[in-house]
Design a protein around this ligand. Sequence first.
Ligand code: ATP
Length: 233
Amino acid sequence: MTNRRVGILGGTFDPIHCGHLDLGQAAASALALTDIVVITANIPPHRPQPVASSHHRFAMVALAIAGVEHWRASDIELAVGAPSYTTGTLQRFHESGLAATEIFFIIGTDAFAEIETWKDFPAILDRANFAVVSRPGLPARDMPGRLPAIATRMVTARELGSRPTPLIFLIDATTADVSATAIRHRVAAGGSIAGLVPDAVGQHIEQHGLYSSSFAEADTHRTSQAGRLHGQD
Ligand code: ATP
């Protein structure tokens, strides 16, 4: 049987941007991933909602990775009618035949810093490896200090090898200094987002009038309440 090393890159992707693609590529090259599955999150109804619909968010993910070898867009979380959490998504991957050690959940340092609030923490750390990539301003090497209770599970990608249990891989890489929030605000202000998102995503945003000034008020409301996906109730 082939040695599979499957990356899962989850996010709200409101919209997907070049930082997300850099994140996936950094993990893929540091950990020799064989596939990357990009999963658009389904935000539970009681949580602040994304600005674009799940249909548009998924469409933008598909456009962003069209033709990129070994990457694919998954609607696994959108297809379930109920709130979805990362722990449940990982369970679905296990049921499809992947072992926890074959799965690498790819995540930026800002999101991983909140891991202790996720549903099924700390057991979730046994359900997949975590590939934690620096986000501008928050280096991966700061993670042991930020999360001392789980620091013993953290290793660098150089320590990659055949392991019986999942680990937390810290990957110091440079990714585009961009956020979905900044992109939405820039569009609402009538600015250009060329170079911040793949061209096809920029065209989709323009063609469908996403994030135009009429979205701005809803977005202010959303970001002021910002909670994270993955698990807090
Ligand atoms: P928002 O500004 O709406 O919060 P975002 O840009 O943080 O959005 P998400 O969809 O919330 O995007 O993020 C999905 C994942 O991508 C998270 O793990 C996050 O840490 C990571 N990520 C987002 N932007 C970057 C970036 N520029 N560099 C590295 N990781 C990133």
